[in-house]
Each structure stands twice: as C-alpha cells, then as structure tokens.
Design a protein around this ligand. Structure first.
Ligand code: SF4
Length: 719
C-alpha cells in the first residue's frame, strides 16, 4: 500500500457543489483522492469527477512554458495553432513584456473601449478579483465578464429585480428539511451529483415529495411524486398557471404577501390569462397536473425550488426565473430554513467570480459601476484619481466578441475560459475571434480558444495553487496546493501581479498595489469593501469554510437569507407575458434541440477530455426518443447528421426515453461535434444570456466515415 507523504485538503475544481477533496500526495504526485465523512458539504461523498478527474494535472499536453506564436497574427487573418511546433517557447519576462507592450500600444491608440477581458469561473476568488482590478484600474474599462453570462444570467437579473440579491437563498443540504420541493431545468444527478443524493435522502429518509418539471425524463423522475414534462422554453406559462391556481384556490399566504411584497394587484391581473388549460395548450403538461403541483407546493409547511439552466438559458430567461420567484412570494416559502429560491450554480467558483466583480455592470460586492459613490469607493481603494474609473456599463461575453472589429474590441485577454466551445452559434464566434488584433490566453491547455492566441501564459490547475472558491451555497472554502507547479507554470494571481506591474509602469500610473505576498492579502483587500466577506479570513475558513454574508470577524455565517426582509426591502412581483422561444420546430427543422452536460465531463472539456474520464464517456451522442428514431429509421449507435440554420455536427444516436418525442439532446463538451455550432445566439434582452436550451434542428442518417472519430464508438461507461 502506498503511504502518502502528505494529505492536502482542498475544494473540488468542477461543479458548484464544492465538495471537500483530500489529495493523497507521494513524491509530488497525487495518487488518490478521498473525502472526509465530516466534510460540511458532501459528508465524504464524491462523484466520478471529484474522485477520478484530477489526472489532467499530469497530462503530457498540458502547457508549462510560456509561448509566443511563431507566425505573427493579424486581424482578419488570425488562425488556430494547436501544435506546439507553431509556437516558440519563451521566458516569462519575454512573454509578459510582449503582452504588456501590445496591450498598452492598443490602449494608447484606441482607448478603453478597445480592451476586454474574460475572467474565469474555475479560477479562485483572488485570481478573479485581481483580473477585474487590472482591467478597471489600468485600462479604465468595464468590458469584463465570465461564463456566468452563459449560465445563470437570467436568474441573476430576475433575483436582483425581485429581491435585490442573486445567490441561493438557502443551502442545498437544507433540502432534507423540505416537505415538498420543485426541481426544474436541472438534471441534478449529472450536474450536481451530491445535491441529487441529498434530494434522494430527503425523499427516502425524510418523506419529502419532489415535483420534477423538465422536458427530459431525467434520473430524478424515478424518485418524483410528479413529473411535468413541459416543452422546452414553456416555463412561464406552466409556473404562471401554478400561480394562477394558488390565487384562484385561495392558497395565498396573505401575511407574507401583505408584509413582505409589493406589486401583487397588478401581478394578479396579469395572471388572469394563465389558466392551466392555456398552459397545457402551450406546454403539453396536463392542466390537472399543473393544478395538483400548485396545491402540493402551496400547502406544504416548508417548500423550496431548485433550478438550473433550463430556466435561465432562454431568450426569456429572466421571465422564466421571475415566474418561479412569484411562487415563493405567493406562498411565503422563502426566508426560513428548508424553503427558498435556489438557482444551482454550475461551475466551482461561478458564484465567487461574480462576487468578485468579474462582470460588466458591477464592482466586487454587486456594487453598480454607474453609481458615483461606488466608483469613488473603489478609486480610493485602488489609489486612482477621482473620476478615473469608468462609469460606463461594459460589454457582456457575447457582446465582447460581436464587437471584435475595427473601431470596437481590438485586444482580448482570456483567463481559463473557452468561448470557442461555450458561446452559441460557434461559426459566428470563429469569425469574431479572427477579427481580434491581439489575443492573450492564460490557461493550462491550448484549447479551441487559446489556439487563436498570440501568446499563451501557462497557469497552474487547482492542485498547484492557494486561494478560495465560493460554492453554490455561498460557502467560501480553501483551495490548497498539493505540490509545486509543473515546469514553468505559475498560479494565475502571480502571473497577473507581474503583468500589472509592467502595465502600470508603461502607463505611468500611481500604483494600485500589486505586491501581494500571498492570496489572503488579496481577499482581505476585497473584503474591506465587499462586506459580505468582511469576516472571512483564511484561519476562520481553515476547516469548514463560512457561508457569507459574514459581516464581521466573529459572525458565524448566514445559511438562510431573507429571514426578516429582502435586500431591496419588499419582494417585487412582476407582470409577465408568454414569449415563445425564438425558433419553433417546423417542416424544415422538425426537432427542438436542447443542450447540457453529462456526469463525466465538464463544459468545453479542457480538463475532463484530457483526463481518464474521457475513457468512460469518449464521444458525443445525440439523445433521440424511440418513437422519433423508429419514424426516421434510426438505430442506437447510428451516425447522425444534426443540422440547424447555423451549422451541423455528426455524432452517434443514443435512442432513449430520457428525451421526449420531438426533442433531441446533445452535450456540449465535445469539440468534434460541438453542440454550440447549432445553438441560437438570440439573447435575453435584459440578462443577455443566449438561448442554448431551444433551437430547431433537422436530423439525417450519416455515414460512419462522416464521424470525426469512428473508432471512439463505445457504450457509455458504468458510471
Ligand atoms: S459533486 Fe461537484 S464538487 Fe462534488 S465531487 Fe462531483 S464535481 Fe466535484
């Protein structure tokens, strides 16, 4: 038996659950991952990604030396270079001087509006705080965003409008206190596996009843009291019809509505048309099931709602989330343990990156950039002359790329994200990337986006750095290095500090402070203004983490929000209307495509497809219902060509009742059959989130030779 040199406690780098990992290290190599039974989030449980998905750290394709493209790239002629032979290995000094020279040259010539940055939901709070600080303090721009725009932006905007705060109101583990809970737009078993376990515990051990509202027959349906299989994009009529029933059948919690909310009368008027029969016609969910679900939720002592991308990734994602929020307002199922409004955050640190101000409209702590007092406060902290920070709202991720042209964005810095996999309508994204004048990639592998870059800065993965992640519960937890960085790679925060010093001296600015001796100093600087984090120190979060808000150094944390009031005062009802998804199925494109994740893989695949998990799930598959398959002569495993108005992919059929008739599903992890070649880039007008969850496609039988990798054909592994 191997005896470890040390066991390092850290936090999982994959999903927002934030499980505690114990990395068993021998000779600076992780040989095993376990989790302690007293871990606060996961009680010793781990999914396959946390348990086995760490070997990408040692993958031979990982880049550990700074690189500059051998062939200088130009706007309009930019190409992808995946092969190391197309890059020149350089020193850190050469790489950082090159980046600083080019960024300053473009900034001096074209100004703040030419500069943009993608922060990273996989990086630490400290990394994200520094990168947004660098762009705000040095380039005076708010063109700063990250992948929150592509996942829960609809939920964030809706929650900000309705309650004034966008995080989960309760912790996920409180599901065991629920009598009834709704899971909607979330394949929790594959996307948040440990929360799914807790949901099953709530049902099996504590007698809770679960209502699943989802177009797919996800695994949780096996445990559900009710399944409402709605058509993709019909959330507003279904949840508004539930609200209609609650009002008409006098199930309203009047104490709560009268004392804690506003806008009820106008809202009720707008509900008139949302009868269960109207919702059935649009969504396909039987009216009686809508009535039954409404009664079940409203009559419960404690009820909660958990939701995922199926709510937010729509051109009306904000309205979808508001329709859910209304249910909690009507029934008062918010502000107590075991209740709440809970958008399950996707990436390990998407909550934290948002808290750190990695967004175009907010400084750290969700302080609006167009508010004079907020800007003045950060000018003071960052040693900037009064009026120096930009008050102009910045561009979102999708807008940054569509503005990549002469007179628009000229230089883009990408830390750890992969827009060439995660943006909708990738053929357009490719054109936009090609128009950039200068592109920096800071990452661990040359992925589809990094391959476009002029310079590649090799960062370290989670196992080689210190810092903090904030999980979906708002729990701030430690990340700890298990061993030194491989090769010349460096933690993101150190790369950013070195680069910022170079930029500052070239720009002749007074120092905004970049000489941190450790990441905790960075967090404490941020916590001096973002009071939700004021009481968080590395010592206090050493073992269990702390759930913010933690307003002072003795505060124990706040698992349940909104007990007495909402941050905006009263919860605000909004009048809603039904807006269909932008593309409906028609004769030419008769299927609706919906996209998502699978258990074994993660987002654009930069980590999991370079790990042993790729053997468990080696190829993309398109789920199609048996009735549709029979109609089109499709057998399980057949190669299929799936086409939308924007692009096409070829991948194998998975004939399964997990999807509904007329709906096909493709996971978005596979570059060789990238689902986002097909998806629609129509945006929610408020949240600017694209409509990943519904677009019209056609499906044809293809040839084996059309597959990118016919040899990969295997059944899914045992997990
Ligand atoms: S559930 Fe999420 S946080 Fe936990 S081990 Fe799996 S991927 Fe990691």
């Amino acid at each position: 038996m191997i005896k470890p040199d040390r066991i390092v406690s850290t936090t999982c780098p994959y999903c927002g659950v934030g499980c505690t990992l114990q990395l068993h290290v021998k000779d600076d190599f992780i040989f095993k991952v376990t989790s302690p039974f007293d871990s606060p989030v996961n009680h010793g449980n781990l999914c396959v990604k946390g348990r086995f998905g760490y070997d990408y750290v040692y993958h031979p394709k990982r880049v550990t030396t700074p690189l500059i493209r051998k062939t200088p790239q130009k706007a309009g002629e930019r190409t992808q270079a995946f092969d190391l032979s197309e890059w020149r290995e350089v020193t850190w000094d050469e790489a950082l001087d090159f980046v600083a020279d080019r960024l300053v040259e473009i900034y001096r010539r074209d100004g703040s509006d030419a500069m943009a940055v993608y922060c990273c939901a996989k990086a630490t709070n400290e990394d994200n705080y520094l990168l947004q600080k660098m762009y705000r303090a040095l380039f005076r721009t708010n063109n700063i965003d990250h992948c929150t725009r592509l996942c829960h932006a609809g939920s964030v905007v809706a929650l900000q409008q309705a309650v004034g705060s966008s995080a989960m109101s309760n912790t996920a583990s409180q599901v065991t206190m629920n009598d009834v809970f709704i899971v909607t737009g979330s394949n929790t078993t594959e996307n948040h596996p440990i929360i799914s376990l807790q949901m099953k515990e709530a049902i099996e051990k504590h007698g809770a009843k679960m209502i699943v509202v989802d177009p797919r027959r996800i695994e949780l349906v096996d445990f559900a009291e009710m399944w409402l299989p709605l058509k993709p994009g019909t959330n507003v009529p279904v949840f508004s019809a539930m609200a209609h029933v609650i009002v008409k059948e006098e199930l309203v919690n009047w104490d709560f509505v009268n004392s804690r909310t506003e806008g009820f009368s106008e809202f009720v008027e707008s509900l008139e048309k949302f009868t269960p029969e109207y919702a059935e016609e649009i969504s396909g969910v039987p009216a009686d099931d809508i009535r039954k679900a409404a009664r079940l939720y409203a009559n419960a002592k404690n009820a909660a709602i958990y939701w995922g991308m199926g709510i937010s990734q729509l051109s009306h994602g904000t309205a979808s989330a508001l329709a859910l929020i209304h249910l909690a307002f009507l029934t008062g199922h918010i502000g107590r343990d075991g209740t709440g409004l809970n958008p399950l955050r996707g990436q390990n640190n998407v909550q934290g990156a948002s808290d750190m101000g990695a967004m175009p409209f907010h400084y750290p702590g969700y302080m609006r950039v167009d508010d004079e007092a907020n800007a003045a406060r950060w000018e003071q902290v960052w040693n900037i002359e009064p009026g120096g920070l930009s008050r102009k709202l910045g561009l979102t991720t999708t807008e940054i790329l569509t503005h990549a042209h002469e007179g628009g964005i000229r230089a883009l810095y990408i830390m750890g994200e992969n827009p060439m996999m995660s943006e909708p309508n990738l053929n357009e994204t490719r054109k936009h990337m090609g128009q950039l004048e200068f592109l920096v990639a800071q990452d661990i592998f040359i992925n589809e986006s990094g391959a476009f870059a002029d310079v590649f800065l090799p960062a370290t993965p989670f196992a080689e750095k210190d810092g903090t992640f904030s999980n979906t519960d708002r729990r701030v937890q430690r990340v700890r290095a298990a061993h030194p960085p491989r090769g010349l790679s460096r933690p993101d925060w150190q790369i950013l500090c070195d680069l910022a010093l170079r930029l500052e001296s070239r720009l002749g600015l007074a120092t905004a402070k970049w000489d941190y001796s450790n990441p905790e100093e960075i967090l404490r600087e941020m916590a001096g203004v973002n009071l939700d984090y004021a009481g968080i120190t590395y010592e206090r979060i050493d073992k269990l983490g702390l759930i913010y808000p933690v307003p002072d150094l003795t505060h124990p944390g706040t698992p349940t929000l909104f007990k007495d009031t909402f941050p905006r005062g009263r919860g605000k009802f909004h009048m809603l209307d039904y807006v269909p998804v932008m593309e409906q199925a028609d004769d030419e494109y008769p299927f609706i495509l919906t996209t998502g994740r699978v258990l074994e893989h993660w987002h654009g695949g930069t980590m999991t497809r370079n790990s042993s998990l790729n053997e468990a799930y080696p190829e993309a598959r398109v789920d199609i219902h048996p009735a549709d398959a029979e109609l089109h002569g499709i057998r399980n495993g057949d190669p299929l060509r799936v086409q939308s108005r924007r692009g096409e992919v070829v991948l194998r059929a998975s004939v399964t009742e997990k999807t509904s008739v007329g709906v096909v599903f493709i996971p978005f992890h596979f570059a060789e059959a990238a689902a986002n070649l097909l998806t629609n880039d129509a945006l929610d007008p408020q949240a600017k989130i694209p409509e990943f969850k519904a677009c019209a496609v056609q499906v044809f039988l293809a040839r084996e030779s059309d597959l990118a990798n016919p040899e990969a054909a295997q059944e899914r592994g045992r997990y």
